[in-house]
Structures are given as C-alpha cells and as structure tokens.
Design a protein around this ligand. Structure first.
Ligand code: CP3
Length: 344
C-alpha cells in the first residue's frame, strides 16, 4: 500500500500540505512503556536482539503518537559486534567496544559474509514490524555510516572529538581505510537484508561527520555514503535512502546530488531558511527542530516548530528533530510538537 504513505511521497519529491513526521530515537527512555519493556528484556543489547520485544518498543511511539514512520529498534554498534568486536554498554556512560587499532586487531575481524549469523534477529524484528504496522506507516531501517562506526571501533567508546580515529587516519592510513572498506561492505549487506525483510526506506547515520573537514570529508563521509547508496540502488532501485551527515555545515551543499541519496537529514545548527534555498532545491530534506524543545516545551517549541514547517513548505519535507530525543524529554512536549505540525 505504498501509495498511502506520506513519507514515501515526500521522498519521491512531492511537497505535502502537512509534512509527514517521525522523530529520531522515538523509541527510548523518555517513554515509561519503553523503560518497562527494556527492564523485561534485561538490558539494552538483549532488547535489540529480542525480535518480539524490539518490535514492541518500535511500535510503542506509533501507538502513542501515530508517527508517519517507525524506525527499526536496533543500534549502529551491532555492525562492529557482527564483525567480531566485543560490545557492551555501561549504565550511565554509554557503549564500550574492544578496540581495532592494529593490523592484528583488524585480522581478527570476521568476513562480511558472516555478519548475518549475529544480525538475523534484527531481520526477524523487521519482518514482524512489516506485518504489524498500520498501512499508512512507513518502516525505516538504518545503519551507522562507516566513519561514525569506525570512530567507536577505534576508540572503543564514544569520544567528543573522535581524536583516536583521526590519529589512526594519519598514522596508519592503509589500516584506517581497510577498516572503513570492511564496514562499508558489511553495511551494504546489512541494509540489503533489512530491505529484503521489509524495510521500505533506509537511513545512514553519520553522527560524527562534522569532525571531518575538506578532503577528509569527501573521502571518508561523502564517498562511503555514495558507495552504499549506489550498491543498494543497484539491488533495490525503488528503495529511498536518507543520509544524515550530522554537523556537516557547508559540506551539506551538494551532498544529496553527489551521493545519490533521496533525502538529506539536517541537524539543528542549519538555518531552515538557508536550507530551503540551498539544500531543498536538490530534493527532500528532513529535520530539524532542536531536541531541547522536547525538554523545555512552551511557546518556544510551538514557534520554532511553525518556523521550520513554514520555511520548508514549498518543497518536499519530513519533519523531525535535529538529533535524537533525550531521556529527560517530556512525552507531552512530543504531542505538542506533533499537534503544531499537523494543525499548522
Ligand atoms: O531512532 C530510533 O529510535 C531507533 C533506534 C536507534 C538507537 N540508536 C537506539 C538506542 C538508533 C537509530 C540509534 C543510532 C545510534 N546509536 C547512533 C547514531 C545516531 C545518534 O544518536 O547520533 C549512535 C552514535 C549510536 C551509539 C549509541 N547507542 C550510543 C552512543 C548510546 C548511548 C548513549 C545513550 O543515549 O545512552 C546508545 C544506546 C542507545 N541506542 C539507546 C537507544 C534507545 C539508549 C539505551 C538504553 O535504553 O539504555
């Protein structure tokens, strides 16, 4: 029933009277029902690998708010795990991984063909969702972009400036590039399997793209995104791709055309008026309300939401936040944002 789906229309380049809406991290700790299911699963990774419960948390924000899209519940760090890295989450701190910084670490990684052994439960989640979602709701699959995933594999954790990854890029470029290539190939297989299981759109999250400048941005953010998009479109020509080179700044210009993505997701450092004139001319854009409004609410939330809807009203637009919603957000503010978008 693809023709009923407003997100697919926007991705095909059609402006809508009311922009379709979903929210990054819409299944998450700000929702009491998510916290309850996560407790039932035991921990975050057990939740990701439990298809019934992962499908349940994916559906929770759809039931509560009626978003136009559901995003598969999983994590970008499942790819390193499927490639053989150790992965665990430290409560209150975030992810930890075994590091990949030497040739001997790289040599221990699994071949791309082996990733499905670990990732099969994720495809099962997609299958369940594809049967259970309302007919008007679009199912989005996703993966991390190679650079962002590599920053975690190299540092063994999240880093504010991605310094360990930049250091490896300088000191052992061949190893750094081999790692990026391995992640790129694995990502194509992973997203392709999600599509075969029922994902209707895929999104590539390059959360740390902003720390790449000049030629490095082109080689390590733009080029991997172009490769993944090209490979996916050869296999699944009808599947739209959303790219999110977060904090790319001036490098957002031309990114959609050069990579072949169907939609450029914008963080909230980009002015909507500038983006409408300079980026939306190339096709659909997604974004870009600051997530803090989900915490602070009030008239500012309404004013900023209206400003974004208006700025992008002349072209194809999917309303979203500029980054994921945070655990301290108030679920009522999410409803207020949705009402503002839908009521004008
Ligand atoms: O958007 C969604 O609702 C889909 C699910 C999703 C999650 N992570 C669930 C999650 C998606 C798309 C991601 C992407 C992701 N994961 C990114 C890229 C987007 C971004 O936010 O920049 C990154 C960098 C990660 C890695 C990651 N996962 C970190 C750094 C953390 C810890 C930080 C935190 O918020 O605690 C996670 C954990 C994580 N992934 C949670 C969720 C709901 C919270 C885990 C919990 O329930 O304790």
């Amino acid at each position: 029933m693809r023709e009923h789906k407003t997100i697919l229309k926007a991705l095909a380049g059609e402006p809508q009277d009311v922009p379709p809406i979903w929210m990054m991290r819409q299944a998450g700790r700000y929702l009491p029902e998510y916290r309850a299911t996560r407790a039932q699963a035991g921990d975050f990774l057990s939740l990701c690998y439990n298809p019934e419960l992962a499908a349940e948390v994916t559906l929770q924000p759809i039931r509560r708010y009626g978003f136009d899209a559901a995003i598969l519940f999983a994590d970008i760090l499942l790819i390193p795990q499927a490639l053989g890295a150790d992965l665990w989450f430290v409560t209150g701190e975030g992810p930890r991984l075994s590091t990949t910084t030497a040739q001997s670490d790289f040599d221990k990684l699994s071949p791309v063909a082996d990733i499905h052994e670990t990732l099969n439960p994720i495809y099962e989640t997609v299958k369940i969702l594809s049967g259970e979602l309302p007919k008007e709701t679009t199912l989005i699959g996703f993966a991390g972009a190679p650079w962002t995933v590599a920053t975690y594999m190299i540092a063994g954790r999240g880093t504010p400036d991605q310094a360990p990854a930049h250091a490896l890029m300088q000191e052992n470029t061949a190893l750094f590039e081999a790692l990026l290539d391995r992640i790129t190939a694995a990502t194509v297989e992973y997203l392709s399997a999600q599509i075969k299981a029922g994902a209707e759109v895929v999104k590539i999250f390059d959360s740390w793209a902003g720390s790449l400048k000049g030629e490095a941005f082109r080689k390590y953010a733009l080029e991997p995104c172009r490769k993944i998009t090209t490979a996916l479109k050869e296999r699944h020509p009808e599947i739209p791709v959303i790219g999110f080179p977060r904090e790319a700044g001036e490098f957002y210009l031309g990114f959609a055309k050069e990579t072949g993505i169907d939609c450029l997701a914008l963080d909230n450092s980009v002015s909507p008026d500038w983006a409408a004139s300079n980026l939306q001319v190339d096709g659909c854009v997604q974004g870009n309300l600051a997530s803090r409004h989900m915490v602070t609410g009030g008239q500012q939330l309404v004013d900023e939401t209206r400003k974004i809807v208006k700025a992008f009203s002349q072209g194809p637009h999917i309303f979203n936040l500029g980054h994921g919603i945070t655990p301290d957000a108030d679920p009522d503010n999410v409803q207020r944002m949705i009402d503002t978008v839908r009521e004008g």
